[in-house]
Ligand binder design. Structure first.
Ligand code: URA
Length: 172
């Protein structure tokens, strides 16, 4: 793997033509957050609001996620948030396996540069994210499902509480 700086990686993502998704997208969405973040959140792919702004998890689901994190004492500004796939897909369809494969090197580089202690896998991203030894992984329900179904919402809160506990354990 060629290790790029995050700035270089972002430039590559903005101009990425490794799969077809760029054709229907306004902006690449590389991810954001401090480079010394101990916690990384990884979703599957950006939606329309993220495409519009070039920022991850800024739509309704993202706001719900940020609010719930804050309720459990986790500041969004302190975590690095990204997605496996860096461009929106047509009608927000699930990214195809070749699109995931083309984009995976980016998240691998992000993990290698940031070296988080904890990776929170959001929804479907869990299947695709490679596991690196020494990093603690935890999977959570996608916030859009948590917003829609009461039982999922309850489970989501339990999972975020678990994330907060893990962060507390590495901080102490
Ligand atoms: N859902 C995702 O999985 N990622 C985003 O960036 C926004 C919504």
């Amino acid at each position: 793997m060629i290790l790029l700086s995050i700035d270089e990686l972002n430039i590559q993502v903005y101009g990425c033509r490794k799969c077809r998704l760029w054709q229907g997208a306004k902006h690449g969405v590389p991810g954001e957050g401090p480079l010394n973040a101990k916690v990384m959140l990884i979703g599957q792919n950006p939606g329309a609001d993220e495409d519009e702004t070039g920022r991850p998890f800024v739509g309704r689901a993202g706001k719900f996620l940020s609010k719930t994190l804050a309720e459990f004492g986790i500041e969004r500004e302190k975590v690095f948030i990204t997605n496996i796939v860096k461009h929106v897909s047509p009608k927000n369809r699930k990214p195809y396996p070749d699109e995931v494969a083309a984009c995976l090197p980016y998240v691998n580089i992000q993990i290698n540069v940031i070296k988080p202690k904890i990776i929170v896998l959001i929804g479907a991203s869990a299947k695709e994210t490679p596991r690196v030894e020494g990093i603690k992984y935890i999977q959570i329900i996608h916030p859009s499902a948590a917003m829609r179904f009461t039982n999922m919402g309850e489970k989501f809160r339990v999972q975020i509480a678990e994330v907060a506990k893990l962060i507390g354990a590495i901080d102490s």
